[in-house]
Design a protein around this ligand. Structure first.
Ligand code: 13P
Length: 255
């Protein structure tokens, strides 16, 4: 059975005290989860050590980072390598988020290198894809997302794919309060699974977790997670409030 995952991407929010408090509250409210359910918390780099220490003993909650550099080391002022993340106890890294593609000009070739760095250093990857509004309006979202997945992942072996989680995040739904309908989410997730099946076969496609991201909150999580190809969520704004994040985790547990 493939994993269900709710991952919180804090983006550039919360200072150290606020972050520690949030993790503490999540810890207090965390429901008992079945074996195939996982929670990931991806705070800014500076939180990682402390958050990791807080997560010790919380077997269902895993530590994630929001980015890594595409080279292993060197003169890249201000950057953090996948090896450094691993040494800090990180298990997952988000790669290809639309905010990094847009604001940091991360292109397909760089993202493929980041994926390689992450896997080489024993990290699991949450690889993001998703179309901007004009692509959705032209109804060309399927080919757009397919090309992001091909460019970022298709150089990997089937074995390497075991360490990849996909996240479909329609850009027009991120932080906008506008969510994809469950039908739009299901259609795209099924398409993504077929893209994986064409390259890697049905078994690999069945096994890979595909998360939905974009204004996911407790009030819509039940409906989204009920879709057969939606295996959880990558959560931004609602991951910053314990009550909301816990509500989404509950929705995963009940789905
Ligand atoms: P929001 O949940 O704030 O829309 O953000 C989604 C996201 O980008 C998670 O990576």
């Amino acid at each position: 059975m493939r994993k269900k995952i709710v991952a919180g991407n804090w983006k550039m929010n919360l200072d150290l005290d606020e972050g520690a408090e949030l993790v503490n509250e999540i810890f207090k409210g965390l429901p008992v989860l079945s074996e195939n359910c996982q929670v990931v918390i991806a705070p800014p780099f500076i939180h990682l050590k402390e958050t990791g220490e807080q997560l010790t003993g919380m077997i269902d909650v895993h530590l994630g980072a929001q980015n890594c550099h595409h080279e292993s080391s060197g003169a890249y002022t201000g950057e953090v390598s996948a090896g450094m993340l691993k040494s800090a106890g990180v298990e997952y890294v988000i790669i290809g988020h639309s905010e990094r593609r847009e604001y940091m000009k991360e292109d397909d070739a760089m993202l493929a290198k980041k994926v390689n760095q992450a896997l080489t250093n024993g990290l699991k990857v949450i690889f993001c894809c998703g179309e901007p509004l004009e692509i959705r309006d032209n109804n060309t979202q399927n080919t757009y997302v397919e090309s992001e997945i091909k460019a970022g992942l298709f150089h990997l072996s089937e074995k390497q794919l075991n360490n990849i989680v996909l996240a479909y995040e329609p850009i027009w739904a991120i932080g906008t309060g506008r969510t994809a309908t469950s039908e739009q989410a299901q259609d795209m997730h099924a398409h993504i699974r077929s893209v994986i099946a064409n390259q890697y076969g049905e078994d690999a496609a069945y096994a890979i977790s595909i998360l939905y991201g974009g204004s996911c909150k407790p009030s819509n999580a039940d409906e989204l997670f009920a879709c057969p190809d939606v295996d959880g969520g990558l959560i931004g704004g609602a991951a910053l409030k314990a009550k909301d994040f816990l509500g989404i985790i509950e929705a995963m547990a009940n789905s």
